[in-house]
Design a binder for this molecule. Structure first.
Ligand code: MLT
Length: 327
């Protein structure tokens, strides 16, 4: 009898907590890359939009960079499952289990899936001093300087790393470029603008403003078709148009909580996220940066998890075929 009373009391406590969620304690979005980068930008915009749907909610962003996003993801996997520590992560959620064979967490078992947020195209960009203005010039310059140039990314398993790897695999250049890892593509972008690195493949959420200002050069986009609806990115060809076979890469982002977060809380967070994705201000910001807010069934947790499980299989097959791992 006493055990039943204890279970009932615990259940009532959880329901009460869920009803008062988020309360005054901040909800932290852990971003597993440096501040100012594309993942950080999505998280900060989403936090503002979700806070509007949960009056009194205090949403903050914490940057926990390193190892292609796996350090931040591991922190959330181990966090208290009370709904106050969330993870905003992108395709790396599916790429890192393929690249890191000793990963300290299991993506499909250690997280509650809260829904997907957006799909972000990438751009192939170069430092302002690069003597090329079209993709063809750029590709010829890379080939003519085989082994002498470098490419920046945000760590093994990051979107910028995956894109650079896929692009170079089709370049048929005699020698690979030297890769320069950073804690995120915000610091990498500073190095590119400053001319300390030569090339990068990064998400439009981080490159659009720099391209529009002329601080970096753009050569192509990674989506199958050009971004013909975007005011400034429409001028660049797709890599597929430039002859790279089946090159079609967009970076999806999802929201996660630690496994064991009460269903009442994960439901509240998913509902708040879905409302945020319909917020005109959030949509305008995302579209201005070339990002496409998710409007399909991937906003639902079960579909989100199914999508990620399929991506893990797809990327694992490609990584195993390459035989190149991060550890
Ligand atoms: C990536 O390359 O994975 C991201 O652009 C990193 C970041 O958000 O800084």
């Amino acid at each position: 009898m006493k055990r039943l009373l204890l279970i009932a009391a615990a259940a009532l406590t959880m329901v009460a907590h869920a009803q008062n969620f988020p309360g005054t304690k901040p909800v932290t979005f852990v971003v597993p890359f440096a501040a100012g980068g594309p993942t950080d930008k999505v998280a900060r915009d989403l936090a503002v939009a979700m806070a509007k749907t949960m009056p009194g909610g205090n949403f903050v962003v914490e940057n926990v960079a390193g190892a292609g996003g796996t350090i931040g993801a591991a922190k959330v996997a181990r966090a208290n499952p009370d709904g106050h520590t969330l993870l905003l992560f992108h395709i790396g959620m599916a790429a890192t289990p393929a690249l890191y064979r000793k990963l300290s967490y299991k993506p499909l078992e250690d997280f509650e899936f809260l829904g997907m947020v957006n799909d972000v195209p990438m751009t192939l960009v170069g430092k302002p001093q690069l003597p090329a203005n079209t993709y063809r010039d750029f590709e010829n310059y890379i080939r003519a300087n085989a082994g002498k140039l470098n490419i920046a990314h945000a760590g093994l398993g990051s979107a910028s790393h995956i894109c650079g790897m896929l692009w170079q695999a089709q370049l048929q250049s005699k020698e690979a470029m030297t890769t320069i890892p950073f804690g995120g593509t915000a610091p990498a972008m500073n190095a590119l603008v400053g001319g300390q690195v030569d090339v990068m493949c990064d998400q439009t959420t981080n490159t659009t403003a720099q391209i529009e200002s002329g601080r970096i050069k753009a050569f192509a986009v990674t989506t199958a078709k050009p971004l013909s609806d975007h005011k400034s990115l429409k001028y660049y060809p797709s890599l597929q148009e430039m002859g790279l076979k089946n090159f079609d890469l967009t970076i999806w982002h999802g929201l996660y909580a630690p496994k064991g977060t009460p269903a009442a809380i994960t439901t509240a967070l998913n509902e708040a996220m879905k409302k945020a994705l319909k917020d005109p201000e959030f949509i305008k910001k995302q579209e201005g940066l070339g990002a496409l807010v998710v409007t399909d069934k991937r906003v639902e947790p079960a579909e989100h998890k199914k999508f990620v499980a399929a991506e893990i299989q797809k990327i694992k097959a490609a990584v195993d075929a390459s035989g190149k791992y991060a550890d």
